[in-house]
Design a binder for this molecule. Structure first.
Ligand code: C2E
Ligand code: CA
Ligand code: CA
Ligand code: CA
Length: 286
């Protein structure tokens, strides 16, 4: 809200009103948006820090709203979680993304595009939904994509204090060969020793760490923290992915610190699937 200089008695907040109206409108339109085909997915490449090759992509959902245009997931995922639409929406995203991974493979004459894998975000609501494992198995079978081409991203905060019931479906998926990544890692105050208990194989270091690598010299405490996380992760056989890499300097710093893969605007913004295909093909052919 525009705090009108020193006017402490201003009661109306037109911007907050507008936000509330929009939120109300979105909540009303959300349940049918899936049936109307208003969601679409953008893909952002995951790049190997050592050799710069494209190793996979993260699927990021968007809503093409008839009045408001393209809405980012931060605007509607919380609403979808609140209304329960996240379960069918999440299943749709998973199916579309795995189909896309299959299409990338087919477009390359059935050859794997190198180790091109697909990362899909899971909401905590999907984790507690009983159909998760079965839906995932069915989608993989229907599309003929092997489990090791799929990585499911779960936020660190969703797993803090997780009991065995919550971990069971993730364990089953991990046993099948699906990778589980701990998203936004480093923001959730989780007990590092707890990592051993979780069926995860990838840590996705939160963007805040990447941002602190922008200053030169980088914050020495952050450097030490990242160094510590990477060495702990590697000693537990976990790979480390970094998010939000926007500059070559950040990429270089994070590579030196031992991070394995990176994602960010420096490499590519999220975009249509064709672009990822082109990037990976360019890569595969040198
Ligand atoms: P996330 O999983 O942490 O995804 C990374 C976010 O960082 C994405 O935002 C991405 O576009 C953005 N990003 C990538 N590179 C850069 C960079 O270099 N700089 C900056 N500043 N940002 C970068 P996006 O697409 O708006 O997604 C926001 C969040 O919405 C995601 O955060 C994820 O938590 C959630 N989300 C997206 N798609 C899905 C989905 O299909 N299901 C669920 N449950 N959540 C989703
Ligand atoms: Ca993610
Ligand atoms: Ca993240
Ligand atoms: Ca995030």
């Amino acid at each position: 809200a525009k705090a009108a200089g020193g006017n402490r008695f201003e009661l109306a907040d037109p911007e907050a009103d507008a936000r509330a109206i929009t939120r109300h409108g979105l909540t009303t339109a959300l349940p049918t948006a899936l049936d109307r085909g208003e969601f679409f997915i953008e893909y952002q490449p995951l790049v190997h820090l050592g050799d710069g090759s494209v190793r996979g992509a993260e699927a990021l959902v968007r809503w093409l709203h008839p009045q408001h245009g393209v809405l980012s997931p931060d605007r509607f995922i919380p609403l979808a979680e609140h209304t329960g639409l996240i379960v069918p929406l999440g299943r749709w995203v998973l199916e579309q993304s795995v189909r896309q991974a299959r299409a990338w493979r087919d477009a390359n004459g059935g050859e794997e595009l190198g180790p091109l894998r697909i990362n899909v975000n899971l909401s905590p609501c999907q984790l507690t939904h009983p159909g998760l494992v079965q839906d995932t198995v069915e989608i993989l079978e229907r599309t003929g994509v092997t489990p090791d081409a799929l990585c499911l991203e779960v936020t660190e905060s969703a797993l803090i204090g997780a009991d065995d019931d919550l971990l069971k479906p993730l364990r089953r998926l991990a046993e099948m060969g699906v990778d589980i990544a701990l998203d936004d890692f480093g923001t959730g105050y989780s007990n590092l020793a707890n990592l051993r208990r979780l069926p995860v194989s990838v840590l996705k270091l939160d963007r805040s760490f990447t941002q602190s690598m922008q200053q030169f010299p980088a914050d020495p405490v952050d450097l030490k923290i990242v160094e510590g996380i990477v060495s702990l992760a590697h000693s537990l056989d976990l790979a480390v992915t970094v998010e939000g890499v926007e500059t070559g300097a950040q990429a270089e710093q994070l590579r030196i610190l031992g991070c394995d893969t990176a994602q960010g605007w420096y490499y590519a913004r999220p975009g249509p699937p064709e672009r990822l295909h082109d990037l990976a093909l360019v890569d595969a052919t040198g």
